[in-house]
Design a binder for this molecule. Structure first.
Ligand SMILES: Cc1cc2nc3c(=O)[nH]c(=O)nc-3n(C[C@H](O)[C@H](O)[C@H](O)COP(=O)(O)O)c2cc1C
Length: 363
């Protein structure tokens, strides 16, 4: 199956499926001498793992990462880093009812059409379990970016009709603390409580709901991005749209910006402590596909999880009408767990672009 690698210079390849022996990732191109804090990698995986709270799936996986290669005495050696995460809590029988039926709005029908064979257990390779491998790789990218003074922060800014008000983003570490103090991972405590009650109610009703994640990348120097096809926002867009259940990506002012006049929307240049900045940041830190040194901001929209705990009509592999009932342990809303996946994919994009800038440009 092609399409399992991402990035060019900082390149990852993930492997494995939901109910196989393990999932994992090879990270190739990570610079040498980056200090690898294994506890940090594990803490990142813990933010994605299932069974964290009443508003995530009740599947239990410890998601313990084992680094098999590429790290010596706590530092990267410049050789391929391979990380394996064994699968533990596989209840394949939870999925026998979908062996020959297509779950509405899931990947069963399209995988069957494309490959002519389908590992239906847990959704196989289409399962978001694969994203644990991305989070492990993203943690390595974050350790590399930290050395360059680059920070990435994402949080849940919407669930169903609930929207988080704008939060003061001057101190990202403080926001991270607030986010990690609530199970929905929202940077506004009052909205977090509202979201938790709402998602819990949705879960009790056997239904699911969509949500939104907002991200800030701070400390990126001006100059990253490779016009014309590999514009920085195009790379971020591809990264985000490659995450399971993502239905939308916007950067800077996004769709709202398209409702404004140029006189309202232009980011006016000014000087601040000898540095060129802009007074506003409707551009989301990217102009002409290249970072301008301001915060990079974007938003990702996730659809409601396809598996609902209700009977739905569908077709089986013979094309006959049948009923499918919701079984197994599923997420009522993916955004609390997806925050860390969004951060990981953003880190992988910026790490790759940073290496390209060093390779191709005169800086
Ligand atoms: C963190 C996360 C958890 C998810 N959990 C579930 C789940 O429990 N049940 C489910 O049906 N889909 C879940 N999904 C979504 C499916 O993986 C996704 O809808 C499916 O692979 C089809 O792909 P598409 O929605 O991108 O078209 C989850 C997605 C993410 C990002």
């Amino acid at each position: 199956m092609a399409g399992n690698s991402f990035g060019e210079l900082f390149r990852i390849t993930t492997f494995g499926e939901s109910h196989g022996k393990a999932i994992g990732v090879i990270v190739d191109g990570c610079p040498s001498n980056i200090e690898i804090d294994e506890a940090f990698i594990q803490s990142e995986l813990d933010k994605r793992r299932p069974g964290q709270s009443k508003i995530t799936t009740q599947r239990k996986e410890s998601d313990t990462a084992q680094i098999l290669s590429g790290v010596f005495e706590g530092k990267t050696t410049g050789t391929p880093i391979s990380i394996v995460i064994p699968n533990e809590d596989q209840r394949s029988k939870d999925y026998s009812h979908i062996a020959d039926k297509y779950r509405p709005s899931h990947a069963d029908y399209t995988y069957q059409m494309k490959y002519g064979i389908r590992d239906y257990r847990g959704g196989g390779r289409s399962s978001a379990r694969e994203t644990a491998a991305r989070v492990a790789a993203g943690a390595i990218a974050k350790l590399f970016l930290k050395k360059q003074g680059i920070e990435i922060f994402a949080h849940v800014s919407g669930a169903g009709q609930i929207e988080t008000p704008n939060v003061d983003s001057s101190d990202l570490q403080a926001l991270l603390q607030i986010r990690e103090d609530n199970i929905v991972r929202c940077a506004d405590p009052a909205t977090a409580n509202e979201m938790i009650d709402f998602i819990d109610q949705i879960r009790k009703n056997g239904d699911t709901v969509g949500g939104r994640i907002s991200t800030i990348i701070r400390g990126v120097p001006a100059g990253l991005g490779e016009p014309v096809f590999d514009r920085l926002h195009a790379e971020l867009g591809k990264a985000m749209l490659s995450i399971n259940a993502v239905h939308g990506f916007e950067y800077g002012s996004g769709f709202d910006g398209s409702r404004l006049k140029g006189s309202e929307h232009n980011d006016i240049f000014t000087q601040e402590n000898g540095k060129i900045v802009t007074r506003t940041n409707f551009s989301g830190g990217i102009q002409g596909g290249i970072s301008n040194g301001m915060d990079i901001t974007f938003r990702v929209a996730f659809k409601p999880v396809a598996t609902i705990m209700r009977d739905q009509s569908t077709l089986n592999q013979e094309g006959e009408e049948t009923t499918i009932s919701g079984k197994g342990r599923h997420d009522p809303c993916v955004v609390p767990r997806a925050v860390i996946i969004v951060e990981a994919m953003a880190a992988l994009v910026i790490a790759d672009q940073l290496l390209k800038q060093k390779a191709y440009s005169n800086i």
